[in-house]
Design a protein around this ligand. Structure first.
Ligand code: HEM
Length: 293
């Protein structure tokens, strides 16, 4: 029996660190994955494999492909694929630094660390705009149903697909908006998180209302604020049993359905974008049977 990586369902940690690795040509990928499996447990380190890595192993994971990127009027959503994505979760920044070094050493011959993003929990799960993020996340069995693959067979069941985008906020633009404009951009009142019935169609929660899609587009968001020097924003992270819900929502956000773009683009934009397959766990270890390991 295979299980989902436990860090996917667990509440957000105090601190996070996102690592993006690229593949080295001729690297010993199988050895790297085995070494990674010794260190990463799916809880303290959630792991996602990119299409390039899976293909380099001569394998195919049904449903895994790279994020194609997208564009809307005045909007670019870049695709920045990586071979391996790790989400380190903890409460001590020094521990995360050392864990990063261990992971790097473990996979070093085959994978090179290209990107590190430091993330943290803000208040009771707020985006840096001050709005609560994650309110409408499914919970319990509904979270499993939204985020975890089932009925596809050994090595695939218990897996999950994750969409990751680093969003860069423009706080100057955000602060230039009146409190009412800000609430209308999200579609909720920042002061008490109440959803605004009269929010415009461009409001973020109107664009993304999960039950308004056909089929319904539920997913499990586990986003965390990030900062580096003077730059900051949100690492948007959404787990799904496929990428379909994310793609449906993104299409609506960029106005591809009705020409109305999501009002959050007034103050934030994605600067990265990648898709990964998160293998299941078996007896507390990564189950890589789908890759022939
Ligand atoms: C910087 C980028 C983003 C910010 C700051 C942001 C913030 C928020 C906030 C404050 C909420 C309302 C509370 C909640 O239910 O969580 C929300 C809801 C939601 N967001 Fe985002 N979000 C961002 C990007 C995205 C993206 C890229 C997607 C999907 C492609 C997305 C999908 C959703 C969904 C599905 C909901 C719940 C809608 C519902 O069913 O009511 N968000 N977001």
């Amino acid at each position: 029996m295979s299980d989902v990586q436990t860090g996917i369902l667990a509440p957000l940690p105090t601190l996070g660190r996102y690592l993006g690795f690229g593949a080295r040509p001729q690297g010993e990928l199988l050895a790297a994955l085995r070494a990674l499996g010794e260190l990463a447990d799916g809880e303290r380190v959630v792991v996602g494999l990119g299409e390039s890595l899976v293909r380099a192993l001569g394998r195919d994971i049904p449903g895994l492909h790279s994020f194609a990127g997208a564009a809307g009027p005045g909007l670019e959503l870049p695709s920045t694929p990586a071979a391996l994505w790790c989400w380190l979760r903890g409460d001590d920044r020094g521990d995360l630094v050392h864990l990063t070094r261990k992971l790097q050493a473990a996979v070093g011959g085959a994978l090179v660390l290209d990107q590190v993003v430091e993330a943290f929990r803000h208040g009771a799960g707020l985006d840096l705009s001050g709005y609560e993020d994650g309110t409408e996340n499914p919970t319990g069995d509904e979270a499993l149903h939204a985020a975890v693959v089932a009925g596809q067979g050994v090595g695939l069941d218990g897996g999950s697909f994750v969409a990751v985008q680093q969003w860069l906020h423009d706080f100057g633009q955000f602060e230039a908006m009146s409190p009412r404009e800000q609430d209308n951009a999200i579609g909720r009142r920042r002061s008490d998180n109440v959803e605004l019935d009269d929010a415009p169609a461009s409001a973020h929660v109107k664009r993304t209302a999960q039950e308004s899609f056909e089929p319904e587009a539920f997913m499990l968001r586990r986003s965390m604020p990030w900062s580096e020097g003077q730059r900051a924003g949100l690492v948007f992270v959404a787990f799904g049993k496929s990428f379909a819900a994310f793609e449906a929502q993104l299409r609506r956000m960029i106005g591809a359905e009705d020409g109305i773009t999501d009002a959050i683009f007034r103050f934030t934009r994605p600067v990265t974008g990648g898709y990964f397959w998160c293998p299941p766990l078996r007896n507390g270890r990564f189950d890589l049977r789908a890759l022939g390991l």
